[in-house]
Design a protein around this ligand. Sequence first.
Ligand code: NAP
Length: 434
Amino acid sequence: MKKFSVAIIGAGPAGYFAAQALQNMQTEDLSFSIDMFEKLPTPWGLVRSGVAPDHPKIKSVSKVFEKIATTEGFRFFGNVELGKDISLDELQNNYDAVVIAVGASKGKKLGIPGEDLPGSISSAEFVPWYNGHPDYANFQFPLDCETAVVIGAGNVAMDVARMLSLDPHELDTTDTADHALAALHSSEIRTVHLCARRGPEHAAFTSPELRELPKLHKTSVLINKEEIEAAQSRIDDSVDSESVTNLTAMLAIAVDQKPQQERQLQFHFLLTPKEITGTDRVEEIVFTVNKVQDGSVIATDETVRIKCGLVITAIGYETNLATDLQFSGTHLQNTDGHIKENLYVVGWAKRGPSGVIGTNKSDSTEVMKILAANLSEPKLVTDFIESLDAKNTKYVLQSDWQKINQAEIQAGEQSNRPRVKIVDRDKLLSFRDA
Ligand code: NAP
């Protein structure tokens, strides 16, 4: 019987699915002991701090994660940060293999004038804020304006625009962080413009997300019918079926517009951000108007301006990891998930910020097959956790997390919410001794 030790860094979907793949490979002759390290005191990555609170069904995958975490041979160590509490070298020397699964948490920048004005922020700040990520709980965003602009045409832009434009009472029975719920209730934003740089046929939204927009109780969703019909007339065989379905979903919204509501979410296409202006804070955003010509999106001489007090970019993410490893664009350089020696990478840190949660299952499984095939003899080393204990690292074990989880769920029961998230790091850590 060969027993290999694997360290996984990051407790998000890609990390859990990597662990599951290893667990599924176990036989009478082969087993894995898996240690998962996570910088937050809590696990589940984007399932906890990324998925929109009004999408509770997507979060049910956390049950799968808990099953993986309570399978023999798996240990969770929260509040342990790579580069601070542990190093890649240490892990590579102490484990048979090391898997980086840290995702991509840094928002990409537009690179236009005015982007650093107060009131110009990234979804990489806004999303973890409303989801109760401890590092973002104290952020303050200017919701004291009538109009907000969201840049991007992906599902994150859609989440952000929906969270800003819905009636906050629709969030009262969700796990939106308390501080965000209070701020959204007193928000003065009534109009949200979602602006895409290409045409409706190029939007990266997925159609289930579009189809749920008409269900917003107190929000008019405005899409220009002529714009969608023009896009439909442009599409050819090069356009994938998802885009065709998207256009159908957008047209359905455009033709069946609800009577004017107090809140509005308006879609715009073919607008490239050019400049954000304002004296002490965001006051306006200027766009170059584009057109589609022979299948390509090209700029015109025309510009449009939208007065607003908040601009949120949702234009993709980059892996945020301070190491001397090489990057390839937004993610770590790798060959099918292998970086070098006994070091591997999965998820967004491997392929960039794309795909839904389930995409990580097949992706992580493929990388773990390669990892397993490269193993020969297990290293004979002492338990790495002894070195964490020697440094008095305050790690959070699975049993501690279960206490946190239980406390959050119990707090939620009183207010008919799935949970009330604990966002204070010290409070989360206090469960270690409870
Ligand atoms: P995304 O799907 O890649 O969308 C990014 C958007 O930003 C695209 O519309 C892109 O336009 C635009 N963009 C990029 N650079 C830009 C620039 N400089 N100026 C203006 N626009 C720019 O990324 P995402 O929305 O961050 O989502 C990441 C992944 O998570 C996706 O696979 C998404 O489906 C998934 N996700 C899923 C859900 C869900 O299932 N409900 C929720 C959230 C996220 P171009 O196409 O023109 O480049």
